[in-house]
Design a protein around this ligand. Structure first.
Ligand code: SF4
Length: 141
């Protein structure tokens, strides 16, 4: 069985530049992002629940939910799945996810998912970088 990968992390992993909630979180996120970028044909199960990145997040509770309003995050995952045309719990390579996202994420869709996120508000996660990175990962060999 492939590891779980929550849908909105398609955007976050393509834009990650080393900043995050805590050193422990960043250490894990950096390792996951390096793995995804160096092995884009690895397959993952796309989900709307905690995944390999959430494992070291300080917002994850003991019962594996998100202390930052789990329904909002789960809802964001489900909307990403719908917008990109994925199947919840389906299996996709990271490259496929980036290719599909690259074709579907317009500026309006980006704002729908990222507008209220503190990382965008902090000046990270720009739309132009998202489009460039998704298409670079989709076409890398
Ligand atoms: S703004 Fe937030 S949700 Fe959007 S890609 Fe960045 S970290 Fe992820």
């Amino acid at each position: 069985m492939s590891e779980k990968f929550r849908a909105h992390h398609i955007l976050c992993t393509s834009l990650y530049e080393g900043k995050g909630y805590s050193n422990k979180f960043c250490d894990n996120m950096g390792k996951v992002v390096d793995r995804l970028r160096s092995h884009p044909d690895e397959a993952f199960q796309i989900v709307a629940e905690p995944d390999l990145i959430c494992a070291n997040c300080p917002n994850q509770t003991k019962d594996k939910t998100c202390s930052q309003n789990v329904n909002r995050v789960v809802d964001k995952d489900r909307r990403v799945i719908e917008r990109i045309g994925l199947k919840e719990n389906g299996t996709y390579t990271y490259r496929e996810l980036c290719r599909l996202a690259s074709g579907k994420i317009t500026y309006e869709v980006y704002l729908e998912f990222c507008q209220k996120c503190p990382w965008r508000e902090a000046g990270l996660c720009k739309y132009e970088d998202l489009k460039r990175n998704l298409s670079a990962i989709a076409s890398s060999c």
